[in-house]
Design a protein around this ligand. Sequence first.
Ligand code: GAF
Length: 391
Amino acid sequence: MINPNQLLQAFHKRYGSPATIHRAPGRVNLIGEHTDYNDGFVLPAAIEFYCWVAAASRHDRKLVVHTENFDETVEANLDSLSSAGKNPWPKYPLGVAWALERAGKRLSGANLLIAGEVPLGSGLSSSAAIEVATGAALLHSSGHVIDRIELAKLCQQAENEFVGARCGIMDQFVSCHGRAGHALLLDCRSLAFELVELPAGIQLVICNTMVKHELGSSEYNLRRGECEEGVRKLRARLPEIRALRDVSMAQLEVHRRLLPEKVFARCRHVISENARVRDAVQALKRGDIRSIGALMRDSHRSLRDDYEASCIELDMMTEIAEEQPGVVGSRMTGGGFGGCTVNLVGTASVETFKQNVAAEYCARTGISPEIYVSGASDGMQRVDVNTDRSV
Ligand code: GAF
């Protein structure tokens, strides 16, 4: 856990001035996978792992960004921001500055010190966390009021157009709007959202497979393309639809012959997953833990078989989890092709769950997993070190 006082000291040592700190969390998605870019529904929660950004404005148009994670510094001019270059991490903070400026938020130059604690490349949205924390820091140090919905959208634009990853809005949105103890139901078309309280006596346990299959980002873009193809082809008979969000399972079945088999399966995942998100919210509201577990299991199967976004390690991790006492449900979380599973586990069983899953996964794969227990946390905040409060 990063200590904000130490971060301020490190900032002072590096840049010789005081600073303001913002932090933004990573996320875990309970259910609703690969639905955000189909105008659908998602149910993520922000987690207690953050990206921290200490910042102070400068009198010129220069950005100096140092990351503690790689012990590297980049410098850029706000008038000539470019995404060229092989090093991936600077594209996130610079991309956010680019998107903010393009949206008419005139920024002053700034010195930034970034320290991220969201495990990198594990599907827990370390990228959304750095984007949102940097965006908030830059807006604040330039004297702008922060509108969280606009910030989420601009961070997504940065990732889509500057970094070059075609992600949806889920990760940036929950990093801005998460609430402690709650999951967030988001309508990715209207951006209307509702906070849904998580049940007492249940913990979020995140199991990191420690693998990341390199095909991940290209497969992600392929899946998006297949969903778009599905909409295009279905429109021949359903001209009113704009996205898979608008198609019912009955309509998909009726028009099945319009679609290549794989595209049909991708559409079936998205349409059934949207229904599962709504069912999961109802189940949460009535405290129906068993139904939530069943929905998580169905979600994983659908991602594995219809969407083909899982991998051997994720399947194994969920299988092992399902064998443990006290587990409510288990599924892959995030984009897939490696990364983490999300598990709901009864509080009394968490320690045994962690030990058993780690031992069994290691025995089967030779890989030691990391297992994190996290409450659902608040979204982006400014951290007031003097009063030790978040504002
Ligand atoms: C990644 C993306 F960034 C999200 O927008 C979402 O599509 C997710 O994969 C899959 O649900 O995290």
